[in-house]
Design a protein around this ligand. Structure first.
Ligand SMILES: Cc1ncc(COP(=O)(O)O)c(C=O)c1O
Length: 427
């Protein structure tokens, strides 16, 4: 593990934000947690408890809302601080391409296909605005969008007259694919679906969707907010044109760090709009008349420009180190295990609970959507808040449901705390 605990403990400003108990338990733990290349059973609670000790996440709160953001462990926080110090003590500038390199490897892409962004929404907008669309062209999205993947397309509808078609994700991957297929017409230009919708977390069969799109000459512009860190990703194998995502959810990285994949051969189709230092080649010239643009950088750097944060991007590398130190497959298995544990417990309430996330093996991982029969989502959400349990209410598009999302720092005991509230709600 590459972080230096002693240096971290000396960092008064960060320590000020932690309680004495938190510092003590972390410092006292033998929490140099790595898997040393071994397979760790998903239900090895002793191991996962030692992992939990590496997170400053308050024990006064049962945080079951990783889908909104993933709390960072200490090594990521320390690396972020160290990255800032490097900037501010040595005038270090640039060098953030090494983050693009690590991200590329982590998601099965090449460095020149990675755009550094600040969140998922940035990447979605680059994809949405960069594809050539005219009035009447059709784009397929879901009825389960986060605003981040709804607003950009709705804005193009308003400004450019594109037509938005919608499908509702089904309870099986095969049926979801059928629904998308049924929406395709001669005017379909893009499938802009989430890989894993924020509402219920069902995994859309994205490789098949991208193949369908490619076979019909349709762009695949994927919202991948919940992909990296939750499930294994190989973007080359997936075959999408763009994949917008972030490091601040399931990768447990610093908040305000995102990235976008743009397939190499797609870069001459996807027009860059937000450009500046870093996105052009060195042939630009203001002394000619007319002035000379020169050309775009011959890789995905054409889509981002200007000063980036050394601190945040050092933290992103530490987040990848952290996951890989635990063994990425161990992490994905633990996430899936807790997701299934939550599903089974919700299902045990029979018809008093409506589980909205598919039970199909390939369509589920760390997020579960549900409704308490006959109860407004906001009432149950308040009951959880009273018990210091953080989940998410899903009020988008009248869905009136709840979402629980669990990561490696959670435990079956914490899921049981939620179930105690469910018991009261259905009594
Ligand atoms: C599916 C989905 N898309 C997009 C976003 C927007 O992400 P960000 O806040 O990083 O822009 C989210 C955030 O929760 C999301 O869940």
């Amino acid at each position: 593990m590459s972080f230096n605990r002693r240096n971290f403990i000396r960092s008064a400003s960060l320590l000020a934000a932690l309680t004495a108990g938190e510092i003590k338990s972390w410092a006292a733990s033998s929490a140099q947690v790595t898997a040393d290349g071994k397979d760790i059973p998903a239900d090895d609670e002793a191991f996962w408890r030692s992992v939990r000790a590496m997170f400053p996440l308050s024990k006064d709160l049962t945080y079951l809302n990783n889908g909104t953001f993933g709390p960072s462990p200490y090594p990521v926080i320390e690396a972020t601080r160290n990255g800032m110090m490097e900037n501010d003590t040595h005038g270090q500038y640039g060098n953030w391409d090494k983050t693009a390199q690590r991200l590329a490897k982590f998601v099965g892409a090449d460095e020149e296909e990675i755009v550094l962004t600040h969140n998922v929404t940035d990447g979605i907008n680059i994809g949405c605005w960069g594809i050539p669309l005219q009035k009447g062209d059709e784009v397929i999205i879901t009825t389960h969008e986060h605003m981040g993947n709804a607003m950009p397309w709705m804005n193009r509808q308003k400004l450019h007259g594109i037509v938005i078609k919608k499908y509702t994700p089904a309870s099986t991957a095969a049926e979801t694919l059928n629904r998308i297929n049924a929406l395709i017409t001669k005017k379909t230009r893009a499938i802009a679906t989430p890989h894993i919708p924020c509402t219920q977390g069902q995994i859309i069969p994205i490789k098949e969707v991208c193949k369908l799109a490619r076979d019909k000459g349709i762009f695949s512009i994927i919202d991948g907010a919940h992909g990296p860190g939750m499930i294994h990703l190989d973007l080359h194998d997936m075959g999408c044109d763009t994949y917008a995502t972030c490091s601040h959810k399931w990768m447990l990285g610093p908040k305000g760090t995102g990235f976008l994949y743009v397939r190499k051969d797609f870069q001459d189709t996807l027009q860059p709009y937000t450009v500046g230092a870093g996105s052009g080649n060195d042939k630009w010239d203001l002394m000619t008349d007319p002035v000379t643009l020169g050309g775009y950088t011959p890789n995905a750097h054409r889509y981002y420009a200007g000063t980036q944060s050394n601190g945040l991007y050092t933290g992103v590398i530490a987040a990848i180190d952290f996951i890989e130190g635990l063994g990425a497959e161990n992490v994905y298995n633990r996430v899936k295990y807790l997701g299934k544990y939550t599903q089974d417990r919700l299902l045990s309430f029979g018809d008093k609970i409506e589980l909205l996330t598919p039970t199909e093996e390939r369509s589920r991982a760390g997020v579960n959507g549900f409704r308490i029969k006959g109860m407004e989502y906001s009432k149950f959400y308040s009951m959880c808040s009273e018990n210091k349990i953080r989940i998410r209410g899903v009020n988008e598009n009248g869905l009136n449901s709840l979402r629980v999302s669990t990561h490696i720092y959670n435990s079956p005991e914490e899921v049981e705390q939620l179930m105690e509230v469910v018991k009261k709600a259905v009594a």
